[in-house]
Design a protein around this ligand. Structure first.
Ligand SMILES: [Zn+2]
Length: 283
């Protein structure tokens, strides 16, 4: 089973996670820029973070045979902090970089006017840079949050079919699907979707444009949830082709809209061997 985790925060994870992910079939990840838990106090903090998502983390991932791309943005939560807003002016020089495959995560946290402004501005940045967008939907008031998100996208220059709406569940999937968006589901140990609910959604709505991610980060989460969904799909009677579509081809198609996705699996295998010898050499 080949797996592409389209939303995972590897900066918060260990090398054991990388090893376990590789063993489970993960060969590619996308790491969206997000809130680090500790509030940032200046735009310079974003600069260092973006540089690390473009440099250090892909290097770390390659040592374990995993291709790493990122999406960059001012995250929804920090869109409310005036100390962070100036990063919007720095984003254009980052969005031209090869490893950036979307603008994200953007969207709503508490649905404030400041979040409206940041979302609209970053949808324009995505359109202007010919990048798709990864849009986070709020964990509270999910349906209202999705409605407002879709309204803002409709008013933007970015078409709905270049938007991945993430953290969907049974209450929001239909509306996002009817709008023509790509459909993201985060599978967590205790909140959001679990494997069985995910299988039920796939049975009802089909695998078209569906992406499943672990959204693993610094909180309680499991970077192998993608694999567990693949196994649950097979146990429920889905074919290997269905699993490959959801766990590999759909993320490749969505982030491929950027024209920047580089997935050379042979090079990745070589990188693994090289990475291992670098690691051994360093010991
Ligand atoms: Zn996230």
């Amino acid at each position: 089973m080949r797996i592409f985790d389209p939303h995972i925060h590897m900066t918060s994870r260990t090398t054991d996670d990388y090893e376990a992910m590789y063993a489970a079939g993960v060969r590619a990840v996308v790491e969206p820029a997000f809130w680090l838990g500790q509030p940032r106090t200046s735009p310079a903090s974003f600069v260092d973070y973006f540089d690390s998502l473009l440099g250090w983390e892909p290097f770390r991932a390659a040592q374990y045979g995993i291709a790493h791309h990122c999406t960059l943005a001012l995250n929804p939560k920090e869109a409310n902090d005036p100390r962070c807003i100036p990063v919007l002016g720095l984003l254009p020089r980052y969005l031209v970089k090869d490893n950036v495959v979307a603008v994200g995560e953007i969207g709503y946290d508490s649905m404030t006017p400041a979040e409206d402004g940041a979302l609209a501005a970053q949808l324009e940045l995505a359109a202007g840079h010919e990048l798709p967008a990864l849009v986070h939907t709020p964990h509270r008031d999910k349906l209202a949050g999705l409605r407002r998100t879709l309204d803002v996208v409709r008013e933007s220059a970015l078409p709905l079919d270049r938007v991945l709406v993430d953290h969907l569940n049974e209450t929001t999937v239909k509306k996002a699907k009817d709008a023509g968006c790509w459909l993201g589901f985060s599978v967590y140990p205790d909140t959001k979707m679990d494997e069985d609910r995910m299988v039920a959604v796939l049975k009802e709505y089909g695998p078209e444009k569906v992406l499943v991610n672990s959204a693993a980060d610094w909180g309680r989460s499991d970077p192998l949830k993608t694999r567990r969904v693949g196994d649950a799909m097979l146990a429920a009677g889905f074919t290997e082709d269905d699993v490959d579509r959801v766990l590999w081809r759909n993320p490749v198609a969505f982030y491929g809209l950027s024209g920047r996705l580089a997935l050379d699996v042979q090079a990745l295998d070589a990188a693994t061997h090289e990475g291992n010898s670098i690691l051994r050499g360093g010991e």
